[in-house]
Design a binder for this molecule. Structure first.
Ligand code: HMG
Ligand code: MG
Length: 289
């Protein structure tokens, strides 16, 4: 396992935010290209309600079509028991449940309060036969409620750990966090949550994602979510553009990720023609500190 583990979320977080339909074959080719890059974990799709995220309604077909390489974990988002049943049939290597530290965002994204979401996840985590990751969105700022107190994140983190989540991913959903805020949150969580079970999921609205990742690493974080080409965003989070580019993370942690950036470029070029913006951007430029 590389010293820094990148969880590639482009096929899920990136493609969920596309306005147009990306053909299933293009999604499969994207994942297959990513599989050749040295990545050890790829979030392939979401088993969410198609009425909420029609872009990923072909999750089963994408899982059925990809070529799985040994040593790579292929994972998916699951919002409820219905999603779990769908996911299990596709045999992912891990699943992720997702809630938020802000009540308003939780309601808008998953139509539940935070407490209801935790209750909903209980059978999902217990019945899952693969490790479960827990996402905490709006861990720093909420598009509706503004800055989020670390204590609110801690409450959700403890609830997800108590449920049995193996790893927690702290989401800067709208990319507004600063390195100082990353430090404050990690210091607040440190006495209660083992740092080796935490990951950072940084969107890159203001170019802070790489400095935030470096601050995370300084506090012991070794798992970072990235999206090849800097794709990404949540349709239910206004003002949430792309994730930090995987390419930028690879550059920020030289020799520590095991990922070949030239293979990421091939993957970005493969998916580029299918994206609304015409081509995947070279986000190494945009994400530089
Ligand atoms: P709801 O409308 O309250 O649920 O949605 P429901 O139980 O009333 O279901 C509505 C319909 O969907 C029903 O169908 C269900 O059967 C169906 P109908 O009776 O109308 O024909 N349904 C499903 N179908 C397939 N698979 C399922 C499923 N569940 C229900 N799993 C729900 C509640 C949670 C389902 C919905 O709100 C949802 O799917 N939300 C997902 C939204 C989403 O995917 N957002 C983006 C991902 S999160 C993110 O991007 C943030 C992250 O990147 C971190 C960060 O950046 O911070 C992770
Ligand atoms: Mg995200």
């Amino acid at each position: 396992m590389p010293a820094i583990r990148i969880v590639e979320v482009g096929p899920r977080d990136g493609l969920q935010n596309e306005k147009g339909w990306v053909p299933t074959e293009a999604k499969i080719a994207f994942v297959d290209q990513l599989s050749a890059s040295g990545l050890v974990e790829i979030e392939v799709s979401s088993f969410v309600a198609p009425g909420w995220i029609p872009q990923l309604e072909d999750a089963e077909a994408v899982f059925a079509g990809i070529i799985r390489r040994s040593g790579i974990r292929y994972t998916a988002l699951v919002p409820n028991q219905r999603g779990l049943a769908r996911a299990m049939a596709s045999q992912p290597d891990g699943i992720s449940v997702f809630t938020a530290a802000s009540e308003t965002f939780a309601r808008k994204n998953i139509n539940a309060s935070i407490a209801e979401s935790i209750e909903r996840f209980q059978p999902v985590v217990h019945e899952s036969t693969v490790p479960v990751r827990g996402y905490i969105s709006t861990a720093f700022h909420c598009p509706f409620e503004g800055p989020i107190a670390p204590a609110a994140v801690l409450r959700v983190a403890l609830a997800l750990l108590a449920l049995g989540c193996a790893e927690l991913s702290l989401g800067d959903t709208i990319g507004k966090a600063t390195p100082a805020e990353v430090e404050t949150l990690l210091r607040a969580l440190a006495p209660h949550c083992p740092v080796d079970r935490l990951a950072l999921h940084l969107h890159d609205t203001f170019g802070n994602a790489v400095p935030n990742a470096l601050m995370g690493a300084a506090h012991g974080i070794t798992v970072f979510d990235g999206s090849t080409g800097g794709l990404g965003g949540c349709p239910y989070a206004p003002g949430a553009p792309g994730n930090v580019a995987t390419e930028a993370l690879v550059a920020a942690f030289p020799g520590q990720t095991g990922v070949d950036p030239s293979r990421l470029t091939l993957a970005a070029h493969a998916i580029g023609p299918y994206l609304g913006r015409g081509a995947a951007v070279d986000s190494t430029q945009r994400s530089s500190p």
